[in-house]
Design a protein around this ligand. Structure first.
Ligand code: FE
Length: 378
């Protein structure tokens, strides 16, 4: 066996280090996009390439699309979709085998559209399939060996190892989001079952959740924050389970005692959900959704920004739904009246920021809100 010289060993150590780097990154972030970007930056650097990318397969449209595109034209590249079976990536996706193309100008499989659209000049490509459970789920590429050299067989072996890590990351993210969806739909089903018994609250939670999400998106919340908001809104009134129907559905005026019982529902909700370890972060939104911005709400009389953010959003959504939905003793108010009510109470009952976000939504996207209200009246 040929002895490895010092330089070769050095290079091998570097390569192993980059694989280790990738596995360490797994622990540092849960965000798939971020993780794949990191992995492909490492691939680009370790394999001495000018650019790197990952394609995913859109089975319905029979296209490949970029999930990662590093390098100077990466941003432009990301808008492009590649038809099934086209290009080097398409070939690799179809055959499930790596492909090393030292000179793309001599390979008829090369798909020139991406270069034409981005202004990038592709010379050489090393492409490997991303495989999970025997199925090709994507393709990873490194493009143009720096210094005019060629990608080697050694590069291919390393890149396949890197691609495997990327494939695992993609698979994990998919499983995680399936689990998350299952969790959310179970919560929805339970909430619906609770509401089903009363025709006047039926659908309340769903509508409050939709309004809350519209506000949250207007306020530019991140994906994770939106998820927290959704769960908080879905469960905001869960504490009403503990309140007797004779009070909840009483048609006339409530006595002071009865009103006090109703007012206990945010705390009851917290009590019910507290034992669940993974949802501690939604408790503040539930506990404080009846606080008022001026401090005159309950249970704690919190004021202004001391009220948890998600609670301030839910408060606006909740009030709007209470006004616009039918009650045993009255029809729901027209949108314009409810709108005015929110406008007039921004800064007293409602956080002005959250109220404004909802007012903007009402003005710019009235059809969406009308549709949510209408669904409730059917
Ligand atoms: Fe409530």
């Amino acid at each position: 066996m040929k002895e490895k010289n010092c330089e070769e060993l050095q290079r091998e150590v570097e390569r192993l280090k980059s694989l280790l780097d990738i596995s360490l990154k797994f622990g540092s972030t849960l965000d798939l996009q971020e993780l794949l970007n990191l992995i492909m930056e490492i691939a680009k650097k370790t394999l001495d390439a000018e650019a790197s990318s990952i394609f995913q397969i859109d089975e319905e449209k029979r296209e490949l699309f970029f999930v990662v595109a590093t390098g100077e034209k990466g941003k432009e590249a990301k808008t492009i979709r590649i038809p099934w079976g086209k290009g080097i990536a398409g070939w690799v996706a179809e055959h499930g085998k790596p492909l090393l193309v030292p000179d793309v100008s001599k390979d008829p499989r090369f798909f020139q559209d991406v270069d034409k659209k981005t202004g990038f000049k592709t010379k050489s490509i090393l492409a490997v399939p991303l495989i999970r459970k025997g199925k090709v789920i994507g393709v990873a590429e490194v493009i143009n060996k720096k210094g005019g050299g060629e990608f080697t067989v050694e590069d291919t072996i390393l890149f396949e190892a890197i691609a495997e890590q990327a494939a695992v990351a993609m698979e994990n993210a998919k499983l995680y989001s399936q689990l998350e969806n299952l969790f959310l739909s179970s919560i929805r089903a339970i909430v619906n079952a609770i509401e089903e018994k009363d025709e006047y609250t039926r659908g309340h939670t769903g509508r409050v959740t939709e309004y809350s999400l519209l506000i949250g998106k207007r306020l530019g919340l991140s994906n994770d924050e939106i998820k927290t908001l959704e769960l908080s809104a879905l469960l905001h009134d869960v504490g009403k389970i503990g309140i007797p129907d004779s009070i909840l559905r009483k048609p006339g005026r409530l006595t002071d005692e009865e009103y006090a019982v109703i007012k206990s529902h945010p705390l009851r909700g917290v009590k019910i959900l507290e034992p669940i370890e993974n949802i501690k972060h939604i408790l503040p939104g539930i506990k404080h959704h009846h606080e008022r911005y001026d401090g005159k709400g309950y249970p704690d009389g919190l004021k202004g920004k001391k009220i948890p953010f998600y609670a301030r959003i839910i408060a606006v959504a909740d009030a709007f739904d209470a006004m616009t939905s039918d009650r045993p003793y009255r029809k729901g108010l027209p949108i314009e009246i409810a709108r005015k009510e929110i406008e007039e109470n921004r800064g007293t009952q409602f956080d002005p920021e959250c109220a404004d976000a909802f007012l903007r939504e009402l003005d710019e996207n009235p059809e969406r809100i009308e549709e949510i209200i209408k669904r409730g009246r059917e």
